[in-house]
Write a protein that binds this ligand. Sequence first.
Ligand code: GTP
Length: 627
Amino acid sequence: YPVESIRNFSIIAHVDHGKSTLADRLLEITGTISKTDRNKQVLDKLQVERERGITVKAQSASLFYNHEGINYLLNLIDTPGHVDFSYEVSRSLSACQGVILVVDANEGIQAQTVANFYLAFEAQLSIIPVINKIDLKNADPERVEKQIEKLFDIPRDDCIRISAKQGTNVEKVLQKVIEKIPPPQCNSADPLKALVFDSTFDHYRGVIANIALFGGEIAKGQKIVSAHTKKRYEVNEVGILTPNEQPTHKLYAGQVGYLIAGMKEVTEAQIGDTLFLYKQPVEPLPGFKSAKPMVFAGMYPIDQTEYNNLKSALERLTLNDSSVTVHRDSSLALGAGWRLGFLGLLHMEVFNQRLEQEYNMSVILTAPTVPYKAVLSSAKLIKWECRRHTLLYYFKCLLTGLHYKQEYGKDEITIINPAQFPDKLSVSEYLEPTVLGTIVTPHEYIGKIITLCQDRRAVQKDMLYIDENRVMLKYLFPLNEIVVDFYDALKSLSSGYASFDYEDAGYQSADLIKMDILVNGNPVEELATVIHKDKAYAAGKLLCERLKETIPRQLFEIAIQAAIGKKIIARETLKAYRKNVVAKCYGGDITRRMKLLKRQAEGKRLMRKIGNVEVPRDAFIRVLKRE
Ligand code: GTP
């Protein structure tokens, strides 16, 4: 395939607008997959994706298509739609020259349509607007075309109306891809320059790197070098994705495919890395901004004997998902573990689910927190604070191998663990991360949404009608106000019609404090949080009430308290209750007695002991999610 007949493109859309369905149709038309129901959503390979019906990880496929007598090679890169995964979207786009922008004919432009459009627009890609689901009874493609014209400045005549489900006009989309998207600008005669834009880990074959060739060619047996690690490898296999790996003799400039080169260490296939031929170095490609975690949580094995298994599962999973950051951490109550950074709460849940499903690991997760900052007040206090941190944590780091990211000597520290929240005495200012949120909603919900945003300490920045009855709102939010349940709240008060997306907007000053939750006087490490002062009382009360509902009654009375420092700000009391599983057996049948005791012991495995109180392990995540 000469470069002129190659097209590299992506499909971008708001969640559920039909990317995966359209991808399936494109694969069918080009004969890449057969037309059976079993092949539904072939690009969504992960179990969690099939279960949740969302795309988490971008997958690629090469399609062969004959148009007006010319054979084309079309490389399709699928992208996730959820806000947490926009990082994957921008990464996929770096291997493309154009995108298909899919908008639902019934729902119209949504928050992520806006966000994804700008990602493509800023990357200067050709954009093919497609209006999907025209077969729906309520479809109003004309209205959506007007929105596209108004918001994106794309002439309404450029939009293609399709039904991905029924296949209507899908062929037109392929033709537009060929006409409108330029071929990649590169040459096979140049030295090899390959961008690693994704990588997966295979238990048998090691690292499989997805690459896009920006120059030269690559074949089995060649020696290549990583610009990032400077390590040398011999290529074992190259090929294209159809969408499963299919080995080929060579990959040429402009192509997208995969490479296996005996990379065994999880850190070797750095995403954004450039590969070149041994002794033929090239200027590395710009690479990617590394993903910026927005939510941090502690992760610990349920049983410390599982530590090593969990460690290797984490290492493998993070190779498949390089946007997760991992630092070793340890806690008195929970033992040795890690502090993980995620792009958002859904990302955290999906990661946790993948650990369970793909690696059979159950873990303890602590309350999610956002990365706060503290500006320390005076040189003396900085020293004191650093010494406190250095001595305490430095030794702990040494012992546990924790990679403690303290910027010594600087007057600003980042706090990703509430346990390390510095004392008010030594701090002149606390800072919290903010995001600029985009909300698209039918106008009848505006009132309720504005109230919700104000309740979350948000400041309105913009309000624009995108047609007669749809509004786009922009708000500056403190990140911690939206991390856990803002999206759910927004969805429920708008009957599911409002959509939401956000982007990073820097730090702002905030009145923060650390709140502890105590069970019979013992701190519950999972629930320690950093919180805005004005919200502490209400949040403390709510957490205590919820925890009271979640902890089963025990043989003694239990005090559940919220505290700021030594000051108790809320309290609930759980009355004593006597549970004796063998009481009914009258001491008689010994086997029955043993069976019951065994069952109770198994139940205990699902419990965590805080002091002498047993708490179900999943209680903490349950109490954090407001219903
Ligand atoms: P994510 O992967 O989560 O981002 O979603 P997606 O954009 O890939 O959407 P997907 O293809 O999974 O489609 C979402 C739903 O819309 C599915 O139930 C599809 O069957 C349905 N759907 C997709 N295209 C059409 C269409 O043209 N007409 C109708 N009626 N339904 C469609």
